[in-house]
Write a protein that binds this ligand. Sequence first.
Ligand code: SF4
Ligand code: SF4
Length: 320
Amino acid sequence: MKEKTLFGKEKTLFQNDKSLFGKDKNPSNILPAKYTLDSKIKFRCHPGVSCFTECCGNIKIILTPYDILQIRKRLHMDAAEFLHTYTEPTYLEKTDFPGVMIKLTEEGRCPFIKSKIEGCRIYSDRPTACRYYPVGMANFHEGAQEEQSSEEFYFVVKEPHCKGFEEDKTWTVREWRADQGVDKRDEMNKGWMELVMRRKSFGYQATLSEQAKRMFFMASTDLDQLRSFIFDSSFLKTYDVEQETLDRIKTDDVELLLFSYKLMASMLFGTNDIKVKPDVLKAKVQAIKKDQETTGKTMEERAEADFKKIKEEWDKAKTA
Ligand code: SF4
Ligand code: SF4
């Protein structure tokens, strides 16, 4: 099975680059050139090409949280129904973050193909990976951690079956991306991609608890459940969230999606995007001191107990 890549990489050309959605299983299909936004590509995909929908089979299409939101709304499905019907679980490449990919039919085809002539039945809401193809984007990181510089560039995947390269249409990478609606997707996916990149940079040395994985999965796939966790659990007694933000995320799914990235960054990586309430923090510090005095527990033991408590609360909220 090949993969439609967003951030593919060609190891032999671009060592050390960070890739989110994996690399093409056959790197020889990646043209050996770095493209910029102003580079030109000769390509066109339309129902008249003889290979129409050929690229919509035997592929792994990872769905971003924004993809899930858009497609399930298009199909008038709630998250649980959509996930169950159209997706299967996977791990986001080179991380232990759980995600979902499109569940292919028994014939190995995407379930959203309407027909060979009509193409994709969710075309205007198709996933990010489908929009990128055949122009991927990569981030090349160089140097030690502290002095790291990064360079963003594009690459082109040219597979033998794809006749789009024989079409008489030339445009810049910038024009292609605008036409495919990639920029909007990038904006919506950015915070989530950063989480995955960050996780990826840890490698497998730092183990993620099952509860943390479940939390990431829930926030990434089911905004209704996340909303219920925020408003119906003790979450707001602990975290300081401005009323204006609460008003927005209560009804607006996109706002909640963007908020969820910050929440995950705070909960999983301690970024402080969403802060613990000062009085809760103060009470916690006092409790730690008191606990240390009375039980002689170390900071580490105390932190472990606190973490367990948070996990329990999370589980309770999930099953409520
Ligand atoms: S031209 Fe390429 S992208 Fe378009 S349908 Fe054919 S294989 Fe897919
Ligand atoms: S979602 Fe649409 S464009 Fe993407 S693989 Fe499926 S049918 Fe093709």
